[in-house]
Design a protein around this ligand. Structure first.
Ligand SMILES: NC(=O)c1ccc[n+]([C@@H]2O[C@H](COP(=O)([O-])OP(=O)(O)OC[C@H]3O[C@@H](n4cnc5c(N)ncnc54)[C@H](O)[C@@H]3O)[C@@H](O)[C@H]2O)c1
Length: 358
């Protein structure tokens, strides 16, 4: 019987409960505690999880439990302090949610902490386990598109919710190659007050060192995907090459045209019940064996996070921004200062409602 790893999950909102549920269901993990500063959420989580030690004092709970794995699922403005706690409590692996950080200053501090501590870390870009995402990747990696020259991602959901997903999966399609510069624009201020603070619309370009061009749009101005009913699933992520293209719609399957295969398509929709188990299992695999690096590892996500923050800097400052970023900054403050005070122009009617425009 293989060793099981002890886990604490902090933050008991939607994603914290998902994580706790799937750690509990996996025999390679022992869920030794859940924590939330909100007693109502804690009670509600316990009613679903059954008997699990629980506390509203995450810090003392984690320090006394000394788990193998510390997982936190908190809003985007709570990252560095939780990562520090994960290191302090002696965890071998720290798992947390996207987006990695709201500012490059915080992202750099997180990177330095992880490197100094030598701890493993995993970021929840788990959509990639969907059968449609894997099919698109298989076609791209198998050479079916010829020479890949472009990757792209669009989503009508706003930046701090979805841009991290778009960039991570396109970086996966591009084998996590490094980027050399970005350029972007942003519009609309309604979502700066959201708990996923964002300009209402951001669009930009990325130059990757291997010559591939990245093209991203996120928010109210991004195009509708009429094939998809679920608003949060109207995300189109793909790659184009000299001999075809392959893409996924988060809630609408995959499709491709390749020189040898013609037009092909298939089913697939983002589904936590299907995507979380392999995401969790691969944490045990990495803990077992250092060579089985988790595909959602910190370095992979860092590639995308740096691009995402550079796009924001470009939108705020104008012009191109070179990568890698060398000094930390507060991109949220930069955007708030510079995004014009004019309502965003939407791409289709439903976005008006989602962005509070009537
Ligand atoms: N990977 C995905 O598919 C996916 C899907 C949805 C959300 N997310 C991400 O997951 C994260 C959490 O989202 P959610 O929907 O579960 O949020 P939520 O609001 O439902 O839950 C957040 C939890 O964090 C706790 N919390 C808030 N502030 C805290 C603080 N200062 N210290 C400690 N705990 C605090 C809250 O009490 C709550 O228990 C976000 O970063 C979000 O972007 C990821």
């Amino acid at each position: 019987m293989s060793k099981s790893y002890t886990v604490i999950v902090a933050g008991m909102g939607k994603r914290g409960l998902h994580h706790a549920t799937f750690f509990k269901a996996n025999p390679r993990f022992e869920l030794i505690g859940i924590s939330s500063r909100d007693p109502v959420r804690l009670t509600s989580a316990l009613s679903k999880l059954g008997s699990v030690p629980a506390s509203s004092d995450t810090r003392s709970f984690a320090l006394s439990a000394n788990p193998d794995l510390f997982c936190f699922c908190t809003p985007p403005n709570v990252r560095l302090e939780m990562l520090r706690l994960g290191v302090e409590c002696g965890a071998k692996l720290i798992a947390f949610e996207k987006p990695m950080a709201l500012t490059s200053a915080e992202l750099f501090a997180m990177r330095d902490l992880i490197r100094q501590a030598g701890v493993k870390a995993v970021v929840s870009h788990q959509h990639r386990y969907g059968v449609h995402y894997r099919k698109a990747k298989e076609i791209i990696a198998g050479g079916g598109l010829g020479r890949v020259h472009s990757v792209y991602g669009t989503a009508t959901g706003w930046m701090t919710h979805l841009l991290s997903h778009l960039i991570d999966y396109t970086c996966w399609f591009n084998n996590y190659g490094t980027a050399t510069w970005v350029m972007a624009q942003a519009a609309g201020r309604a979502k700066f007050t959201d708990n996923h603070p964002s300009p209402d619309y951001i669009g930009g370009f990325v130059q990757f060192a291997n010559g591939v061009r990245g093209i991203y749009e996120c928010g109210a101005g991004a195009p509708d995907q009429p094939e998809v009913a679920k608003w949060w699933g109207k995300n189109r992520i793909g790659a184009q090459g000299t001999e075809g293209f392959a893409e996924v719609l988060t809630n609408g399957g995959w499709r491709a045209v390749t020189k040898s295969g013609g037009y092909q398509s298939g089913e697939g929709a983002m589904n936590y019940e299907l995507d979380m188990p392999p995401y969790i299992q691969e944490m045990a695999d990495w803990l077992d064996d250092n060579t089985k690096v988790h595909p959602c590892n910190f370095d992979h996500s860092y590639t995308g996070a740096e691009i995402m923050l550079a796009l924001q800097r470009s939108a705020a400052e104008g012009g191109q921004v070179a990568l890698p970023l060398t000094a930390g900054a507060d991109e949220q403050a930069m955007l708030r200062l510079k995004v014009p005070d004019r309502p965003v122009l939407v791409s289709f009617e439903q976005n008006k409602m989602e962005f509070g425009l009537g």
